[in-house]
Ligand binder design. Structure first.
Ligand SMILES: *Cc1c(COP(=O)(O)O)cnc(C)c1O
Length: 429
């Protein structure tokens, strides 16, 4: 399979470059040059297949030209070693719980798959440049997922930059208590400062020739493709429940649009999913999908959904076609909190604010009796204090937390400057 750049349709590169380099030389995002469809016969007995069986068929359709079947089977099995249950909240209304992985977030799926694919491709190409340094800026959930996914991986050091005072205790504990090759860095600044520092470091040629730097955020196609898998999984479980997935509405929280994009990709590969709705805050995606404003030029800065160029490219840059397929349900932060209370009172189900807004978006769309699936992105206990404040009752802690909370956080603290970051990078290389 060849990969092109969303900034240049005629550009072509191979899988290794697309994954290891993350962003194209022209600053665009990598996309597969064609979309394979899964075999038709796959749907005959999909309801009897396991998550890893389904994952293998999807992964093999996408990556089978470039990655040996046995290797792919192992990558899939090792990445998805947890359940993704489809829980029925009420008649025909389902929650796809994506939070049963080690860091309790859907981001485990993409980061665990990426870490393993990355190791395989870098080794195969003979390109392992000594040590690889993965940089990530996080406000919470990606730090935990990436640190846990790359933990203990030989030849890889992971640096997690996060703004002081912005994360919950749980979120910080998930990456700051691991040790080994993971290095938390508390930045005296905002998330914008953290993102800017990572971007500056990634573009600094001197630093890059000394230390091989890369990123593992959702600009990396290797994080988005594995998310296609769980849309097929949801179709399988709906079929097992006697529901035709093509009649079902799918709603999901969104920020960088990795799930909305993966849903559209799944449909392109033949997943018979009904409608796709992104539950979002006011902003660029809401302007485009709900208001019909033009897609603004790609700008990977704060507030621009990282995967919008990919989503748009799936519709050949035709905004009207995209809007017929992809809907937005806009929620302010206060409306998200209201959604938490609504979902609890209607279904007795506790969801964190963004996931609750996806369930609420579904309720708006399913008044005509259509079945629906809402993606539940993270475990509510990741925002323990906020959830308690909203609901007035305690959230049950999942077992995975014991591993993190028993340890003390160890971190470096820096000002948001390149020399300060360079000093830390050098210390661990
Ligand atoms: C990362 C994250 C998002 C953003 O998801 P996308 O699919 O990339 O838009 C949304 N909600 C939660 C809780 C997250 O952790």
């Amino acid at each position: 399979m060849q990969y092109y750049s969303t900034s240049d349709n005629s550009y072509r590169t191979d899988l290794t470059r697309a994954i290891v380099h993350c962003v194209a030389p022209d600053g665009g995002l990598y996309m597969p040059a064609s979309w394979p469809t899964v075999p038709k016969a796959f749907f005959n007995n999909i309801d009897q297949l396991s998550l890893t069986d389904i994952a293998y068929v999807v992964a093999n359709s996408l990556l089978g030209d470039d990655v040996d079947g046995a290797v792919l089977k192992k990558i899939v099995g090792d990445s998805l070693n947890f359940k993704i249950p489809l829980v029925e909240l009420a008649d025909g209304i389902f929650a796809l719980e994506l939070f049963h992985g080690p860091s309790l977030s859907f981001k485990d799926v993409g980061t665990r798959f990426l870490a393993r694919l990355y190791r395989h491709l870098a080794a195969g190409a003979g390109k392992t440049p000594g040590r690889i340094n993965v940089l990530v800026a996080t406000t919470g959930n990606s730090g935990g997922a990436i640190a846990n996914a790359f933990l203990g991986l030989e030849g890889v050091e992971v640096f997690i930059l996060y703004p002081r005072g912005r994360l919950s205790r749980m979120q910080e504990a998930q990456f700051a208590t691991l040790g080994a090759n993971t290095h938390p860095i508390e930045v005296r600044g905002t998330i914008d400062d953290c993102n800017q520092l990572v971007d500056t470091a990634l573009l600094d040629t001197e630093l890059n020739s000394a230390l091989h730097l890369t990123s593992a955020n959702s600009l990396n196609l290797g994080r988005v493709l594995p998310q296609i898998i769980y849309f097929f999984e949801a179709c399988a479980r709906l079929k097992a429940a006697g529901i035709d997935p093509s009649t079902a509405d799918f709603a999901m929280p969104c920020g960088n649009l990795s799930n909305v994009t993966a849903a559209a990709m799944a449909r392109k590969m033949g997943a018979p999913i009904g409608s796709i709705t992104g539950a979002c805050l006011p902003g660029v995606f809401a302007d485009v999908a709900a208001e019909g404003k033009p897609v603004p030029p790609f700008n990977p800065a704060k507030g621009y959904p990282a995967n919008l160029p990919r989503l748009w490219a799936l519709y050949g840059g035709d905004t009207a076609a995209m809007r017929r397929d992809i809907h937005a349900a806009v929620f302010t932060p206060a409306q998200q909190e209201e959604a938490v209370r609504t979902v609890y009172s209607v279904f007795g189900y506790t969801a964190e604010p963004r996931s609750a807004s996806a369930v609420a978006a579904l309720l708006r769309r399913t008044q005509n009796g259509r079945p629906g699936v809402a993606l539940i992105n993270t475990h509510p206990a990741k925002m323990l204090d906020r959830m308690t404040a909203i609901t007035g009752h305690a959230v049950e802690l999942p077992l995975q937390f014991n591993r993190f909370m028993a340890q003390t956080a160890k971190k470096d603290k820096i000002d948001p400057t390149l020399p300060a970051l360079r000093k830390i990078l050098t210390k661990y290389n």
